[in-house]
Design a protein around this ligand. Structure first.
Ligand SMILES: [Zn+2]
Length: 421
C-alpha cells in the first residue's frame, strides 16, 4: 500500500542526474526522457526525489527502449521504499542490537524524527534487515576482510531455544571478533548432527587459514565428543557463564538454608513492638490527663522530662524492630552476593549497634524494653547455645536512650507516631 503523506508535509527537493550518460548498447550520449518523483523519510526529514531518467535517442538501438535511473538513487533508498537507508538502519539497529519492541521503535521514530510508520511496515523492514544481515554474516569475502589481522580464533557452540517448544538453534560463534558464524536449527540434536556443525566450523577456519586455539561450550556430551573428533588437539573449556550458573544452584540452596536458620533465631519482633507501643500509649494518656482538650503530637527529640525520655527509648526500640524486619525480609542479591550473607552482615551490624548502646549505659538499673531486645539480638545466632556474655548483657539496662543508631540497613525506619486526644 502506498504511503499516505499529510497534505502539509514540508519536503526537501533532491534532484538526481544520471552521471554516466553513454548508452550502454551503442555508446551515444543519452537524453533525458522522463522524470520519476519519489517521496521518502530520512532522519533529516521528508525528501522528494526528482530522478531524471535517460535513454538512447536512437530508435533502432537496444538502449532506446530501456531507461537508466540516476546512479545515486539506490544509495539513498531501495526502489519503492518509503524510507531511506538511514531510517532502515536505525530501525534494524534498535531491533537487533537494542532489542526494542516494534511499538517502542514506532513511538521513538514518531517522537524523535516525526516519522509515522505502521507496525506492519516496521515489521516488514525488520524482516528485510534480518535477511540482509544474515547474507552479510555469511559472505566469505566480508569474513576474510574481518579476519585478515587475526592470528588465532576462539570458537564456541551453544544450543538456544528462541521460543519454548521450538527446535533448538545451534549457534557457532567466533569470540575474538564477537561474530556469529552460522546457526542451524536441529530437530534431533544427535551427536552426528552436532558433529556436522563442528566440521562446518572447521571448514570455515580452514578456508580462512586460521588456527583454532580454543573451543568453549557448556560441555554437553555431543559437544565434547564432536569437538574431540574434529579438533583432537584443541583445548575445550567450560563457558564462564554456564559454569557460574551451574555453580550458583548449590550455592543458593546452601544460602537459603542459612537464611532459614537465622530467621528461626531472630524471633519475637511483634511481642517487643507491642510492649513498646503499650508503654508509649500509657505515657501518652498520663500527659493528656493534664489537658484533656488538647491535640497532642508527640515530638521525639532531646528528652526534657521522664515521660518523653521513656517515649524516645520506645521509639528507638521500634526503629530497631523495623530495621530487623527489613533485614529478615530482604531477598535481594544473586549467587555472587547471596542474600543470606547480606542478612548475616546486616544482623551483625544491628547486634553491634545494640551492644554499643548497652555499653554506654552501664550502671543504670531502670528496666526498659531494651532488655528484651538485647535478649533477642545480642546472642550469636551462628551458634545454637546461648553464651554467658549474652545473659550478662541482658541484665544491664538504663534510661540513657537514645544513643545514635549506626545502621546501614536501608529504609526500615518507622514513621514517627502522632495521636489525637
Ligand atoms: Zn544506444
Amino acid at each position: 500500500m502506498p504511503y499516505k503523506w499529510p497534505a502539509n508535509t514540508d519536503f526537501a527537493f533532491w534532484e538526481l542526474d544520471v552521471i554516466d550518460r553513454a548508452c550502454p548498447a551503442c555508446g551515444r550520449m543519452m537524453y533525458i526522457c522522463d522524470h520519476r518523483y519519489r517521496r521518502l523519510h530520512t532522519l533529516d526529514g521528508p525528501v522528494q526525489l526528482v530522478c531524471k531518467l535517460n535513454h538512447c535517442p536512437d530508435r533502432l538501438c537496444a538502449g532506446h527502449a530501456r531507461t537508466k535511473s540516476p546512479e545515486l538513487e539506490v544509495t539513498i533508498a531501495p526502489p519503492s521504499w518509503a524510507i531511506g537507508w538511514d531510517v532502515f538502519c536505525w530501525i534494524g539497529h534498535r531491533r537487533c542490537s537494542r532489542h526494542m519492541s516494534i511499538p517502542h521503535i514506532q513511538s521513538e521514530l514518531q517522537d524523535d524524527y516525526a516519522i509515522k510508520l505502521s507496525e506492519d511496515a516496521i515489521a516488514k523492514y525488520i524482516r528485510r534487515y534480518q535477511a540482509m544481515l544474515a547474507a552479510r554474516q555469511q559472505d566469505p569475502e566480508a569474513l576474510r576482510r574481518q579476519y585478515e589481522s587475526v592470528s588465532e580464533i576462539v570458537l564456541s557452540i551453544d544450543g538456544l531455544q528462541p521460543e519454548k517448544g521450538h527446535e533448538t538453534l545451534y549457534v557457532v560463534r567466533e569470540l575474538t571478533q564477537k561474530r556469529v558464524w552460522f546457526a542451524e536449527a536441529l530437530i534431533s540434536a544427535t551427536a552426528n548432527e552436532v558433529q556436522r556443525l563442528i566440521a562446518k566450523a572447521k571448514d570455515w577456519a580452514t578456508s580462512l587459514n586460521k588456527t583454532v586455539s580454543l573451543w568453549i561450550s557448556d560441555k554437553q556430551d555431543a559437544f565434547v565428543t564432536g569437538i574431540a573428533a574434529e579438533f583432537p588437539d584443541v583445548p575445550h573449556r567450560y563457558c564462564d557463564n554456564h559454569f557460574l550458573r551451574d555453580l550458583a544452584k548449590p550455592v543458593l540452596e546452601a544460602d537459603s538454608h542459612a537464611k532459614v536458620q537465622m530467621r528461626r533465631k531472630v524471633r519475637g519482633l511483634r511481642k517487643i513492638e507491642q510492649a513498646a507501643l503499650k508503654q508509649q500509649n500509657a505515657d501518652m494518656s498520663t500527659s493528656l490527663r493534664d489537658d484533656p482538650e488538647a491535640t497532642v503530637t508527640v515530638i521525639v527529640g532531646p528528652a526534657n522530662g521522664p515521660s518523653l525520655a521513656a517515649d524516645s527509648a520506645n521509639t528507638v526500640v521500634l526503629e530497631y524492630c523495623a530495621a530487623v524486619r527489613g533485614i529478615l525480609n530482604d531477598d535481594q542479591g544473586g549467587p555472587l552476593h547471596p542474600p543470606g550473607l547480606r542478612m548475616a552482615e546486616a544482623l551483625k551490624e544491628v547486634r553491634e549497634s545494640i551492644q554499643r548502646n548497652l555499653d554506654a549505659k552501664k550502671g543504670d538499673s531502670q528496666k526498659s524494653n531494651s532488655a528484651v531486645w538485647a535478649d533477642a539480638l545480642t546472642g550469636d545466632w551462628s551458634t545454637s547455645k546461648p553464651s554467658k556474655s549474652q545473659s550478662e548483657s541482658t541484665s544491664r539496662t538504663s534510661t540513657r536512650w537514645p544513643q545514635p543508631l549506626n545502621l546501614k540497613v536501608g529504609d526500615a525506619r518507622i514513621a514517627r507516631r502522632s495521636s489525637r486526644g
